[in-house]
Design a binder for this molecule. Structure first.
Ligand SMILES: Nc1ncnc2c1ncn2[C@@H]1O[C@H](COP(=O)(O)OP(=O)(O)O)[C@@H](O)[C@H]1O
Ligand SMILES: [Mg+2]
Length: 274
């Protein structure tokens, strides 16, 4: 088929969508680099200080204490690295049996320190649930977005509750991210999923938010998983976002995903074409 006329408007829209996807992926990657660099710097400080302490004091108890502090700092660094590698894994972008509790824990490792800094207490309430059918790194991206929004809604601290429960009758698993923050007025609830809708002035001190692409990306991802993203909110009391995903069925044939922004290394588009 030979065609050398100008692209149709559908083709142009498709191209723009691909470019937007790429931009979202780069923005997510940028936020992740910001978070991890910050965390690694904290860890490095701990290691340096305790190494100096251990060298300065020759007595065994002090050296033991210094070494155990260095060890736990290094173990935390290892957890963060694993979490970031987790985000880059599953690059085939295929649906696979996915344990949500593990994704929540990996996401928390990345945001733990930030939550402490903003005096946000984190509580996990995980029921026994079966694996869901998901692309792990995409759902982790949803979680990071929802948790960051929750933290930003609680500038003076509060509580973040992460709950996982099983609706066996529906064959679905629910994952709720609840905050005790500002809440969202009723008339704004429909707007928050619009691309570029934001009430924030711009990125905050940690370089996150203000673009208005977070929730629209979450919705695109959850829709492509044949799931649902719901919100409940009460002004002054807080907000809860619930991601509902289908339980993984053993018989389901593996399906390739629609092109959705993810934190995966940006070679997925080329790799997806076998
Ligand atoms: N947990 C929350 N509590 C209060 N408002 C929220 C929450 N999550 C999202 N919002 C509102 O929805 C808007 C859109 O969110 P999002 O798409 O993530 O964009 P951004 O975070 O860049 O502003 C936010 O600007 C905020 O007004
Ligand atoms: Mg956001």
């Amino acid at each position: 088929m030979t065609r050398n006329d100008t692209p149709s408007s559908e083709e142009q829209i498709e191209l723009l969508k691909q470019q937007l996807t790429q931009a979202q992926r780069m923005a997510a990657l940028g936020e992740l680099v910001g978070t991890t660099t910050h965390e690694f710097n904290n860890i490095l400080m701990t290691i340096l200080n305790y190494a100096k302490l251990g060298l300065r004091h020759k007595d065994e108890p002090t050296r033991d204490k210094a070494l155990s502090k260095i060890l736990s700092a290094a173990q935390r660094a290892e957890k963060i690295t694993n979490s970031v590698l987790g985000l880059a894994r599953n690059r085939k972008e295929e649906f696979a049996p996915t344990e949500l509790a593990k994704l929540v824990e990996e996401s928390l490792v990345l945001l733990e320190r930030e939550m402490q800094k903003y005096r946000v207490a984190v509580r996990c309430e995980f029921a026994e649930v079966p694996p869901v059918r998901a692309i792990g790194n995409q759902i982790q991206q949803v979680l990071l977005n929802l948790m960051t929004n929750a933290r930003q809604a609680m500038p003076n601290g509060g509580e973040l509750i992460l709950r996982i429960s099983h609706d066996a009758a529906a064959g679905m698993v629910d994952m709720t991210v609840r905050d005790s923050g500002s809440g969202i007025p009723q008339d704004k609830l429909l707007k928050i999923f619009d691309r570029f809708y934001s009430t924030k002035d711009g990125p905050d001190a940690s370089g996150k938010g203000g673009t208005g692409v977070g929730l629209s990306t979450c919705k695109d991802i959850v829709d492509a998983h044949q799931g649902r993203l719901r919100v409940e909110s009460s002004v002054g009391r807080g907000t809860a976002f619930t991601v509902r995903l289908p339980v993984f069925k053993q018989t389901a044939a593996p399906t390739s995903a629609a092109p959705i922004p993810s934190l995966g290394v940006p070679v997925t588009a080329a790799k997806a074409v076998k």
